[in-house]
Design a protein around this ligand. Sequence first.
Ligand code: ADP
Ligand code: MG
Length: 758
Amino acid sequence: MSKTKSSETVKVVVRCRPMNDKEKASKFELMVSVDVKLGQIMVRNPREASEHPKVFTFDSVYDSNSKQIDLYDETFRPLVDSVLLGFNGTIFAYGQTGTGKTYTMEGVRNDPERRGVIPNSFEHIFTHISRSQNQQYLVRASYLEIYQEEIRDLLSKDQSHRLELRERPDTGVYVKDLSSFVTKSAREIEHVMNVGNQNRSVGATNMNEHSSRSHAIFVITVECSELGLDGENHIRVGKLNLVDLAGSERQTKTGAQGERLKEATKINLSLSALGNVISALVDGRSSHIPYRDSKLTRLLQDSLGGNARTVMVANIGPASYNVEETLTTLRYANRAKNIKNKPHINEDPKDALLREFQEEIARLKEQLEKRVGKKKKRRQRRRGGEGSDGEDLEDGETEDDEEEGSGDYWREQQEKLEREKKAVLEDHSLVAEEKDRLLREKERKMEDLKKEREVGEMLAAKVKAMESKLLVGGKNIVDHTNEQQRMLELRRQEIAEQKRREREMQQQMESRDEETLELKETYSSLQQEVDIKTKKLKKLFSKLQAVKAEIQDIQEEHIKERQEHEQTQNELTRELKLKHLIIENFIPLEEKNKILNRAFFDDEEECWKMKAITRIEDDHQMMSRPPSAVGYRRPLSHHAHIAMRMKPDMRYKAENILLLDMDLPSRTTKEYQEPVIAPKVAAALEDALRDEDEIQVDASGFHSSSGPTPPASASSSLRKPKSGRPRTSKKSSTPTSPFSPCSPASPLYPQSRGLVPK
Ligand code: ADP
Ligand code: MG
C-alpha cells in the first residue's frame, strides 16, 4: 500500500444560505453575491454603495440554491473515500449562528433531499463496504460535545460525567473513557447519532442557545483488514471527525462579571484558540502552535497541520445586517486555506480494534477446536475399544461437519450414560452401596457432560457474535440495480470533478490574463499607449483602494479585538485583586502556606491542582490506614473494640451516633374535620330552613334609624346548617331594639321565629 506523504492544503468551501422568511418580510437587502463558476464571493458594503465589493476566492462556493447532494458529491465524497482508504478526515462547519452549520452537517433527517453530510456519509460508508470484496470492516461511532471547555460524552448513560483528554506518544491525543459503538448498518449508526442528539438537548434549557455555544463532534472510525501482497493481513484505520462548531459571533463580555464573565470567556475560548492555531500555522514564522490552548484544538490537532485531510465549510448569511460577521467569517476562512496538512494512510496502528477482534475470534475458535479435538480423540479411542467388542460403528462423518458431529457426540454420550445408568439400576448382583456409588458417579459424569456442552455452546455463540460485528462485503455484487447505482454515482463524481477542474482553470486564466496583458500589448501610437496605461492605472488604483480598505477593516477589527482583550484583562485583574485581598486579610498565613505547598501545576491538563491531603511529602506513597483503624472511622484500641461489641452500655458506641438518621418530630396536630351532625338533627334543620324561605315579612311600619345589621349576610349565616349553632343564640345576638322581633309588643313579626328584621 502506497503511503502519500506529500502535503496538501485545507480545502475551504463557502456556503451562503438563502434569505429566510423573516429577512424577506423585513425587506433586508441582499449583500452577498456568489459566482459558483469562478468560486468567488462578493460582499457589498451596506453603508457605502459606491465602494467596491470585497471579493474572496475559494476552492468551491455554494449559493442559496445549492443542494445537499451536490455539496456531498463535489466536496465531501472524496474526503470520505479517503477515510475508507485509511486516511484521517475532518469536516468543520464554521460560521455565525443561524447560517446553516447544522443544516450542512445534519440537515433535515427524514428528507433524503435535505440530508446533511453526516447521514450521507453513513450511507456512503456502508454502501462502500457492501460492495467491497475480500475485506473485513469494523465501523464504530462516538459523539462528544465541548461546552465551556468541558467534554461530555453524548453516548454515555451518565450525562453529568466530564471526560478528560490524554496524550500518548504513539497515538496522540485522545479522550479518556469515551464510549464508542460498533455499528453494522447505516440505520444503526443513525440511531447512535439520534441518541447523542437527544442527550445534547437534555441538559440545555434553551437548545438553540446551547448549540450555538457548544461544539459537537461526531467521530466515525473505519477499520479495514485486507490480505496484503506479503500474505499477511494488514489493517488500515481511517477516522472521520464531523464537527459542528459553536457560532462564531463574539460573545459579549461587556459588563459581565464573575461567573458570567468566566462563562463568556470560556465559551469562545475554543474558537479563538482555533483562530490562533490557524494564524500560527499560516504565518510560517512561529514555531509554536498553540494547540494546547483549548480542548477543541488539542483534540483536532491532527486535522490542523497534521495527519489528516480537512475540509472547512464556512457558512454565511446574505442579509445586510449580517455583513460584518460575514466578512469576519470569510477572512477567517481565507486564512484557513493556507494551512498545510500531511495526511498519510494509517496502516497497522497498535490500537486497531479490528486486530483485537480478529485475535479474540481466533483464540476462541482455537479453544472451541481444542474441545472438539479432545472429544474426537476420545471418541476414536473409544471407538477402537468398542470396535474390538464387536459393536457396530456408524461412519461417514467427515472432519469438517463439526456442528453436526458435536451434536451427535453429545447425544451419543448422553444415551450411553443413560444406558449405563439403567444397567446399573437393573443389575441385582451389585451390593446397594456399590450401586449407589456407581449411580452417583454416572450422574456426576452426566452433569460434567452437560457443563462441557454448555461451555462449548457459549464459546460458539461468542465467536458468532464477534464475527457478526465484522462486516464483509461482496454479497450484492451481482445485483443489477446496485451496479447501475454505482455507475450513476461514478458519473456524478466525474461531473463534480469536471466542474472543479473547470473552476480551477477559469481562476488560473483570470490571473494569467492580467499578467500577460502587458506582454502582448504593442502600441501603435503614444496616445494609445497613454490611453491603455491610464486604463490600467485606473484598474490598479481601484485594486489598491480595495486593498487599503481591507487593511483598514482588518486594523479596525484588531483594535476592537484588542479592546475586548484589554477589557477582559481588566476584569480578571480586578477579580484577582479581590481574591488577593480576601486571602491577605482573612486567611491565616499558616493555612495559606499549607495550600501553597499542596498546589501544583498539572501539565497534562494545564491547570493548577491540589495534592491529596494524605500524601506524605517527598515520599510518593499514600499513607496507609493504621491496623487499628481498618473498617472504622478512626483508630480504636483493642479493648474498645471488644467492649463495643459486648457491653450494652453506650460508652464505646460513639461511632453509632454518627450513623444515626435524624429524628423526625412526631405530629401533634390533626387535620380539621367537620363535626358530624346526626341525621335527625340535619333533617330538622333542613326543615326549619326551608320554612324560613317562605316567611313573609311586612316591614312597612318599621323605620329603623340605628339598625346596622347587614341583612343579607345575617340571613345567609342563619341559613347555614353547618354552623350547628342553636338558632336561639342568634336571636340573642340580634341587636335589641324597641322593635325587636321577640318583643311581644310587636305584632309585625311572626312570633315563634325570632328572625332578624328586614
Ligand atoms: P446554525 O447551525 O449555523 O446555527 P442552522 O443550520 O440551524 O444554523 O440553520 C438555521 C436555519 O436556516 C434552519 O432553519 C435551516 O433549515 C435554514 N438553512 C440554513 N442553510 C440553509 C440552506 N442552504 N438551504 C435552506 N435552508 C437553510
Ligand atoms: Mg447549529
